[in-house]
Structure formats: structure tokens, C-alpha cells
Design a protein around this ligand. Structure first.
Ligand SMILES: Nc1ncnc2c1ncn2[C@@H]1O[C@H](COP(=O)(O)OP(=O)(O)OP(=O)(O)O)[C@@H](O)[C@H]1O
Length: 531
């Protein structure tokens, strides 16, 4: 099911370290990689401190990531005009040049090491004790050279990989200036699309004003449609310039930058690196502010996110004040409509937060989050503090809104009972790492990771409509995120711990279609089936 869906967000080796003091860091996220599909309800569970909230905040760029990438596909590069892209296009020759230099250096290191190898061979033929000693010393030098050559090649690959994010395998082409010129043209079209979008927003503002005043203007609607066509035209032109670059230059005049560059498989790999989405971590502050129209957050404690001195209406309207230049009557009417949409009354516009129940406050939080062109919402323990019956109503509202507006939810919770019924897929995290990721039914019926098994075992039987909490409590302490265990992060508490788990961190493997797990139990199985 998931494979056919469109990816909305792709996290690539996302790391987040919080510096505590000199030389000490909290490793809140470690190489977290997975994709979120458009329109899905994606749940995240794990014990307190495993990095759930940090992950939500890093995705929204409320915390800067330490490394890795978070790619958003809600808009494409052809639609947006992020500043980093022009810079990256300008940097392409530098990536190519540096990759060439690193590779040439690695060859030189190898050339210099060649006589060492011959001497070692000659010495090992004699085999006297003095010569064995010399041989060992030379062997050490040879290993050092080999290591250095390998590192230089990795550096060369890294440069090409960076370049490929912008132009795929075209980073290997001799005709880089012509390719850059086409990408610059594409960029100009995207800038024109952005200007047309501003024009569209201005018209939209006038249109909303007329609508609120009860004098809908047909002429304005036509102008808006025209502006929409203009935007689409520029986006298509931008796309076509990039397409032209690939059609004309892909696989043509490939430079022998490294030993792999002529290999079609390597070229295909570079093409796969090409990012059609937006790299959120590279956006400027104002670009990210613009993205917030689409990416929002709802917190656990709605009271804390509402100003007690501000009326409910004003606190929702604030979203329009900050993000739009709608005139006051338009802002007010849109707020009224939103209040109704989230199950409140128009009269609530004048209420103050203290006069609302927990569920009503959370409805205000939801109204704020969907006020703009929202597509992605992080819900951080957003229903955890509510009574079970109120929780069910809020979840129902979220369900309705997700269908109506095609929203994607990133649902963080302690409560397995809630994710089981509400979410399509669930990610289990442990100490900043991905443990397991699967569709909800698969995760509950056939958990693969011993940690997931313990989580499920620690929960009372899950029944629909249950009145008790389904939060889990697990035996033993979670290790410190400042000094996480070597090998598998869960090995210190795992009943199935093997020797390898204390040494090596297990990779995330797709054990069954769509069911991912990071555990050596499955690594081993894979090896066995391969033999
Ligand atoms: N702003 C911060 N500064 C320093 N450390 C932080 C910060 N925010 C989180 N951490 C640390 O990062 C780790 C992950 O915390 P995070 O709040 O993301 O976990 P969580 O799974 O959401 O926990 P909870 O369920 O209790 O909210 C923890 O060790 C936490 O102490």
C-alpha cells in the first residue's frame, strides 16, 4: 500500500546533538532515516527521552539539525525558489574539481606505496628475524598509506554526492557550464513563479475581502485563475529546463573523475540522489517562515501555548496577522469559520482560555494549526492530557480534517492504545535511534524488535473504549543519551542480547515488505538465507 503513495517528507541520516558542556553532548537523534507519505497518520512511540519531540521539532526546523537532511516534497524545487539552490548550482565546478583532486591524490599515495609492497614481498621471502621486524614496520606504513588512499577516495565520492543532490549524475559531465546555464534559466522561471504567487495572494486577499463584505467579485476570480495559470506556466518552464539538461547531457562526455564514474550503475546512484524536494535545513529563516504556512505543530498543553490575556479569537487571528496581510474583517470572518469547523461556536471568539475546557482549548490549538495552507502537522502528545471520551472526540475531529484537507500527521505519543487505532504506520524509537517501523497492524500483530515486544508486553490488554491508561512502563533504566552504549543501543536491557550486539550497531533492514527493523536477530537470518 505504502509504496504507491507519494512521499511528503524524507529524513536522511538525521542527527541532533545538544551540547551540554565542553566535550559533552546529548545524542538525541542518531542517523534517523525514513519517509512519511502524504495523507498518512504517522505515529511515533518510545519511552520518555527517546527523542520523539526532538524529531518533531527538527523536522519543523524549530531546532537546527546537527547533520543529515530533511527533504520536503510538499513543494518541488520547480515551484519554490530556495536561495541555497542558486548557490549550489554555482558551486558545481568546485565539487567536480575537488573530487578530481582528492582522487588524483589517492592515486599518488598508492603510487608512492607501490615500492613498499615490493620490498615487503622480497623481505618475506627471506624471513630472518631482523627482516621480519623491518617487514612489520613497512607493513604498518603500507597499511597507513592504504588507509589514506581509501579516505581520499571517500572524500572524492562525498564531493560528487554533494553535487549530485543538485544535478544528479550530470555532476560528472564535461559540459558543466552549459548545464549550469540551463539550471540558472530554470531558477529564473521559478523566481517568476514566486512573483506570480505573490500577485495571486494579493488577489486572494481582495477576493476574501469582497466575500466577507458579501459582494463577491467575479472579475477578481477570473484574475486569480489567470494568475494560477501564470504560476503553473513558469513552474512547467522551470521543470522543462531541468529536464532538457538531463536529456541533452546525461551520460554524455563523462569525465574520468574517479574509477567509478564511467559505471552506469554509479551514474544511476547519483541520479537517485537528485533532490526534487526542498531541503528544509538549508532554507533561510524567512523561507522557513513561508514554509510554516504548510507545516505546523500542536502541543500537548494547549493552555501553555495560548496567551491567557488574549481572547480565543485574537489568538487564532494572530496566525493571519503574522502570515498574511488580510484586512481585519477578513481575518475575523476566517477565524469565525475556523471556530465552527473545529466544533466551537462563533461566540467563543470572545472567550478567554481559562473559560474553556481542556478539549475546547485543544480545538483552538487545532484551529491555529490549520488556519493557513497546512499540509503537515506535528502533534506532540496532543491528546495525552485529555479524558478518554474527550480524547476520542478530538481524534475524530483530526480524522475528519485529515480527510477533508488531505493533512499528514506526525503523531507523537506515549500511548500505544491511541496509535494502534489512530495511526496508519508506527515508528518505534529507542535512545534516538529507529528501532522498528511498520504499518500499525503489522507492528501490533507481529512485532519484530525485542524492544517493541517489551513495550507491547508492558501495556495492559488493549481494548477499544477502555477507560484506563495504556502507557507502558518498562523494567530497567534507559541508558544516558550522553554516553549511549556501544553496539545496539538496546543491548543493555535486551533479553535476546548476543555477543555481536555489544559490538556492532545493527543496520535498519526491511525484514518484510514495509516492515523495517534494526536488530541483529534479523541480520543473522539474512546471512543464513544468503548461504
Ligand atoms: N533543548 C534541549 N536541550 C538539551 N537537551 C535536550 C533538549 N531537548 C531534549 N533534550 C534531550 O534530548 C533527549 C530526547 O528528548 P525528547 O524530549 O526529544 O524525548 P521524548 O521522547 O520526546 O521524551 P518525552 O516523551 O519525555 O517528551 C533527552 O535526553 C533530552 O534530555
Amino acid at each position: 500500500m505504502s509504496q504507491e503513495k507519494k512521499v511528503l517528507l524524507e529524513l536522511k541520516k538525521l542527527k541532533k546533538y545538544f551540547p551540554v558542556r565542553r566535550g559533552v553532548q546529548i545524542k538525541a537523534l542518531e542517523d534517523v532515516s525514513f519517509s512519511i507519505y502524504e495523507g498518512e497518520k504517522f505515529g511515533v512511540v518510545g519511552e520518555s527521552g527517546c527523542g520523539k519531540s526532538t524529531l518533531g521539532r527538527v523536522i519543523l526546523q524549530l531546532y537546527p539539525q546537527t547533520s543529515g537532511a530533511c527533504i520536503y516534497y510538499g513543494r518541488t524545487r520547480d515551484e519554490m525558489c530556495p536561495r541555497y539552490l542558486a548557490k549550489e548550482v554555482a558551486k558545481l565546478p568546485e565539487y567536480q574539481k575537488k573530487a578530481t583532486e582528492f582522487y588524483q591524490k589517492s592515486l599518488e599515495v598508492e603510487r608512492k606505496a607501490a615500492p613498499l609492497r615490493q620490498t615487503i614481498e622480497a623481505l618475506s621471502a627471506h624471513g630472518t628475524s631482523r627482516e621480519t621486524k623491518r617487514e612489520a614496520a613497512l607493513q604498518k606504513r603500507l597499511s597507513e598509506s592504504e588507509f589514506r588512499a581509501k579516505e581520499l577516495r571517500k572524500d572524492a565520492s562525498r564531493q560528487l554526492r554533494e553535487g549530485s543532490r543538485t544535478v544528479g549524475s550530470l555532476i560528472l559531465c564535461k559540459e558543466l557550464p552549459a548545464i549550469q546555464a540551463l539550471f540558472d534559466k530554470a531558477q529564473k522561471e521559478t523566481a517568476a513563479a514566486a512573483a506570480a504567487t505573490r500577485k495571486y495572494r494579493e488577489l486572494e486577499k481582495q477576493f476574501e475581502q469582497a466575500r466577507v463584505e458579501g459582494t463577491p467579485d467575479k472579475g477578481l476570480q477570473e484574475k486569480m485563475e489567470k494568475a494560477e495559470r501564470e504560476i503553473a506556466g513558469h513552474v512547467e518552464a522551470s521543470h522543462n529546463y531541468r529536464l532538457q539538461a538531463f536529456q541533452e547531457y546525461r551520460g554524455r562526455d563523462i569525465l574520468p573523475i574517479t574509477e567509478r564514474t564511467q559505471d552506469p550503475e554509479y551514474q544511476a546512484k547519483l541520479d537517485r540522489n537528485y533532490e526534487t524536494g526542498i531541503n528544509l535545513g538549508k532554507l533561510t529563516r524567512s523561507e522557513m517562515r513561508e514554509m510554516r504556512r504548510e507545516m505546523q505543530m500542536i502541543f500537548q498543553d494547549p493552555a501553555a501555548s495560548l496567551d491567557p490575556r488574549q481572547s480565543v479569537g485574537k489568538s487564532i487571528e494572530e496566525v493571519y496577522v503574522i502570515n498574511t496581510d488580510y484586512p481585519a474583517p477578513v481575518r475575523r470572518e476566517k477565524t469565525m469559520e475556523l471556530l465552527e469547523r473545529v466544533g466551537l461556536k462563533r461566540e467563543h471568539y470572545y472567550s478567554y482560555p481559562h473559560a474553556l475546557s481542556g478539549g475546547q482549548k485543544q480545538r483552538v490549538g487545532i484551529a491555529r494549526a490549520i488556519a493557513l495552507d497546512t499540509r503537515f502537522v506535528v502533534l506532540d502528545e496532543s491528546v495525552s492530557a485529555l479524558d478518554v471520551s474527550v480524547q476520542a472526540q478530538i481524534l475524530q475531529l483530526l480524522n475528519e480534517l485529515s480527510r477533508e484537507k488531505h493533512l499528514t500527521y506526525f503523531f507523537i505519543t506515549h500511548d500505544l492504545g491511541v496509535v494502534k487505532h489512530f495511526c496508519d504506520r508506527i515508528l518505534v524509537m529507542y535512545l534516538g535511534n529507529v528501532c522498528e517501523l511498520a504499518e500499525s497492524s503489522a507492528l501490533f500483530h507481529k512485532p519484530l524488535h525485542p524492544y517493541t515486544e517489551s513495550l507491547l508486553a508492558a501495556v495492559p490488554r488493549l481494548k477499544v473504549g477502555q477507560e484506563h491508561s495504556t502507557e507502558f512502563v518498562l523494567e530497567g533504566d534507559v541508558p544516558s543519551a550522553m554516553t549511549p552504549p556501544k553496539g545496539c543501543p538496546f543491548h543493555t536491557r535486551c533479553s535476546k542480547c548476543m555477543e555481536i550486539c555489544t559490538r556492532e550497531k545493527p543496520p535498519v533492514v526491511e525484514q518484510e515488505p514495509g516492515h523495517f527493523v534494526a536488530c541483529h536477530l534479523y541480520d543473522k537470518k539474512k546471512e543464513e538465507t544468503e548461504v
